[in-house]
Design a protein around this ligand. Structure first.
Ligand code: TMP
Length: 241
């Protein structure tokens, strides 16, 4: 199989395959914070993120959300549909945390009356600036119709995942998604792992996500494995992955 590295991201690499419609995505043992300015190798991170994302994507797919995942290949490798990525990071917040708490001086942990959706322009040279829909459509990053689909899918995914995490004693605080164009439709791309969401244990209120790395609060792999074990118990047997 001829494989060429097409894109090397902070946590994953993307390779071409013999099929022009299919890419190979490999999860890396790398953790970054401060938009890539802090970088560390963490053995086992790629594998645990792969396992978590695999379960979540299979679960979402079962619930009717189309994703780019085709097939899981090995402990860190997946085959995915080749999409044209919309260059927006779509963040949904259920509870005040992170940059929202800092920017607006809001109390950490306060539940928001309605989920909030924010957008960031995926552009490393510009440090992924916040962007609004008016700006994003003016820059032709996305069309108004696509925005409506992205918002509806993001809210639907939120409802499904709040319920799933609730069943394993975890509050879904916030998360980031990416979408891609595929055969005239928008589908869920990238990954869903504790690297790009905030998960708080309902009993202890401790972080079960990348905040343990950002804030040096514990061992990342141990914490991510807790999430994986609970998810596996809940949906591991039913997702057919
Ligand atoms: P924030 O509070 O730092 O803005 O992050 C909100 C959520 O989005 C949090 O779950 C982490 C996730 N996120 C990413 O996955 N990648 C990013 O580049 C950013 C800024 C946030």
């Amino acid at each position: 199989m001829s494989e060429t590295l097409l894109y090397s991201g902070k946590a994953k690499d993307l390779f071409s395959t013999d099929d022009p419609e299919v890419l190979k995505m490999i999860y890396k043992d790398q953790a970054t914070a401060l938009n890539g300015k802090r970088k560390e190798q963490i053995t086992g991170k790629g594998e645990v993120n792969y396992e978590i994302s695999k379960l979540i994507f299979a679960y979402l797919s079962q619930q009717g959300i189309e994703t780019h995942l085709i097939k899981n290949v090995s402990e860190t490798e997946q085959l995915v549909k080749k999409v044209t990525i919309i260059p927006l990071e779509v963040v949904l917040r259920n509870v005040v945390a992170g940059s929202f708490a800092r920017k607006f001086g809001q109390p950490l942990g306060q539940r928001l009356e309605q989920p909030i959706i924010e957008y960031y322009y995926k552009n490393d040279a510009l440090d992924d600036p916040a962007i609004n829909i008016s700006q994003a459509t003016a820059l032709k990053l996305v069309t108004p119709t696509e925005v409506a689909t992205i918002e509806a899918m993001t809210k639907q995914i939120n409802t499904l995942l709040i319920k799933l995490f609730n069943e394993i004693g975890i509050d879904l605080i916030d998360f980031k998604l990416e979408f891609g164009r595929y055969q005239g439709r928008l589908i869920l791309a990238d990954e869903f792992s504790p690297d790009n969401c905030r998960l708080w244990d309902q009993k202890t209120h401790s972080s079960l996500d990348k905040d343990v790395f950002r804030q040096n609060k514990g061992d990342l792999v141990t914490v991510y494995e807790t999430v994986l074990q609970r998810l596996t118990k809940m949906i591991g047997g039913s997702t057919n992955v």
